[in-house]
Design a protein around this ligand. Structure first.
Ligand SMILES: Cc1ncc(C[n+]2csc(CCOP(=O)(O)OP(=O)(O)O)c2C)c(N)n1
Length: 599
């Protein structure tokens, strides 16, 4: 390496990014800027040689979310590179969600050297602090400029990041001051890459491996003794927070748990639970809504965060028995009910410990307990009523979509649900039909601000993806379409156009005039979706008949690129339909629940 700042900036950037690929990074989202030029040029060299995928995004906020989508779907860490100044501030929303959903991203931000900080120099801000409150680590290379760092410094940074990610997956901020010159001549670039190729590229390193086995588990045996495997209980599984790479072992451990308990299982549409699991209860939220007393047991095993269901929350609040909450990848408190013993080490360790604490008799496979049979039968009755209501006419409503779409979107193709009504409706009406494939939603911080960019990130890894989103969430993040080759990604966007944030209609309708409600909460926008889609060159189709939806999906899948299927919702009919369904349930339940009393 030549010793000029120009060469060192490039060389250290190259070395850093290459080391990231050696700890499993495959994708980098690059945002525009000059201070980050050495990183951009180094990334370009690695991209040309297929060592690292580089995609650009002019909007840093979109870039952050895109990277989060990639990390979530792949289970690998991904990188975002930005310039200095407000660019860094735009990373905060994605960093917040990555923190809450425990997904690893490294935000690499270029900065000015310390001689230019705090003296009024252009585009110089206290950016090293911007992401402090949510990042697992906030690191920096040499404050005078990365050209003053040596091989060991760079290696140490990547080792530290790897260790952090293994211990507690989440966002990390690496701020890199660069001294000028930021560009590099063609000749110097060539010479430096040759040196890099000869001495660094093929070099192997011993990075830490996953140390899951060596976790210092501090959960007293006494807690395990409190679980009585011979008595009835239930298992409730919330959104999955582990790595997609651990999904199989998560499901094997859950299967084992269900087998040794015989307990019924109530799962969230984004729980990651396999559709094959024995004991799955359909329509459990509607069962809870109409009769909470049906669940008679004194122990509950909860997995992951709480699903967004008021009925579930009420039920758990009033439940008097034992509640144990098992968390994947998350050592934070995760129980808003505050009634559970929280276990930090994941379901695999939990089941192993439970088996260790149980007698041999308790390790045998048990038949599904009676409570399970009751709940499954009840869910099946609700299914019949729903079927009748969903197909009573062909008008499209949001609850019909939640019920019907996961059954007609091919069963092994992934789905993402936006963080407003879709995730809630699918919890209530989707009847476990999402469980045959990966289903994503970002409920950590529940923002609607990264919906499209997240979906495009997932679609880069696993496709064809269906995104189900409201109109505000889509327009809020429409810049996602500016991410490099976004239009070419295989993403079907099911746009539920109810003209604003209809979720607020349910919440605030009773005490506000219609106009007030619109101005203060729903905020309808008159968007010409056809023109907007045309502007981004995204094909769009309107569908108004439920029976035409299958055909529309066939069309979108045949396009093999980003397309929008728009359905317009009549908000009043939507409300009427929902109320009718609830009325039907309560009529049926009066009869069926009294029958159970005689069991
Ligand atoms: C960044 C951000 N701002 C505001 C909110 C509050 N919020 C929750 S849902 C919602 C409305 C979403 O509307 P839309 O996407 O059309 O879905 P709908 O409610 O109609 O299902 C808003 C603004 C949020 N979650 N995130």
């Amino acid at each position: 390496m030549t010793s000029s700042i120009e060469c060192q900036n490039f060389f250290r950037s190259l070395q850093l990014l290459d080391l990231f690929t050696k700890i499993g990074v495959k994708n980098l989202i690059l945002c525009p800027g000059s201070r980050s030029a050495p990183l951009a040029i180094a990334a370009g060299e690695l991209n040309k040689r297929r060592i690292l995928n580089v995609f650009n995004s002019i909007d840093e906020r979109s870039a952050g979310f895109h990277s989060l989508g990639i990390s979530t779907a792949s289970g690998d860490v991904s990188l975002v590179v930005t310039t200095s100044g407000t660019a860094v501030g735009n990373l905060l929303p994605a960093a917040i969600e990555a923190d809450k959903s425990c997904k690893s991203i490294v935000f690499i931000t270029a900065d000015r050297p310390s001689r230019l900080k705090n003296c009024g120099s252009n585009q110089t801000v206290n950016q090293e602090e911007f992401l402090n409150s949510v990042c697992r680590s906030n690191l920096s290379t040499n404050l005078n400029g990365i050209h003053e760092n040596n091989d060991d410094d760079i290696l140490k940074i990547v080792e530290t990041i790897k260790k952090q990610i293994l211990q507690s997956p989440g966002p990390i901020h690496l701020n890199i001051p660069f001294e000028k010159p930021l560009d590099i001549s063609l000749n110097n670039k060539k010479k430096n890459f040759e040196v890099f190729e000869r001495f660094y590229l093929k070099k192997t390193y011993q990075f830490l491996k996953n140390d899951n086995q060596n976790k210092n588990i501090q959960f007293s045996e006494k807690c395990f003794k409190r679980i009585n495997l011979s008595n009835p209980g239930i298992i409730i599984v919330g959104p999955y927070q582990g790595s997609t790479k651990d999904l199989d072992s998560f499901n094997s451990a859950l299967k084992k748990l269900q087998e040794i308990t015989g307990w019924p299982v109530l799962v969230d549409p984004v729980s990651g639970v396999s559709a094959e699991l024995r004991g799955l209860v359909e329509n459990w939220e509607l069962i809870l809504k109409t009769n909470k007393n049906i669940i008679q047991c004194d122990q509950i095993l909860r997995l992951g965060p709480l699903s967004s269901s008021n009925d579930l929350e009420d039920f758990l609040l009033n439940f008097e028995g034992l509640q144990i909450l098992v968390k994947e990848n998350n050592i934070r408190k995760l129980d808003p009910i505050k009634k559970s013993l929280e276990y930090d080490f994941g379901i695999r360790n939990f089941v192993n410990q439970l088996l260790g604490a149980s007698s041999n008799d308790n390790k045998k496979i048990k038949p599904l307990i009676n409570l399970g049979k009751i709940l499954i039968k009840e869910g099946a009755k609700i299914k019949e009523i729903l079927k009748e209501q969903v197909f009573s006419n062909t008008e499209i409503t949001e609850y019909k979509l939640a019920n019907f779409v996961p059954k007609i979107w091919p069963e092994n193709y992934p789905i993402m649900l936006s963080a407003s009504s879709p995730i809630r409706d699918w919890l209530t009406f989707s009847e476990n039909a999402t469980l045959t494939r990966e289903c994503f939603s970002f409920r950590g911080a529940s923002g609607i601000d990264g919906t499209l960019s997240l979906a495009l990130g997932i679609a880069r890894i696993t496709k064809p993806l269906l995104l189900v989103t409201g109109d505000l969430a889509l327009i809020h993040d429409i810049n996602g379409f500016l991410i490099e080759n976004a239009i070419e990604l295989n993403l079907t966007i099911l746009l539920i156009n109810n003209n604003g944030g209809n979720i607020f209609n349910n919440l605030y309708k009773n005490n506000l005039e219609e106009e007030e409600l619109k101005k203060l909460f729903i905020m309808p926008k008159s968007i010409n979706w056809e023109n907007l889609a045309k502007g981004y060159q995204v094909p769009i189709k309107n569908v108004s008949d439920l029976n035409k939806l299958r055909e529309a999906f066939e069309w979108s899948l045949s396009m093999q690129k980003s397309v929008i299927i728009k359905v317009d919702i009549n908000v009043e009919n939507e409300m009427k339909g929902r109320n009718l369904i609830l009325k039907k349930f309560s009529q049926v339940n009066e009869f069926t629940f009294s029958n159970y009393l005689n069991l």
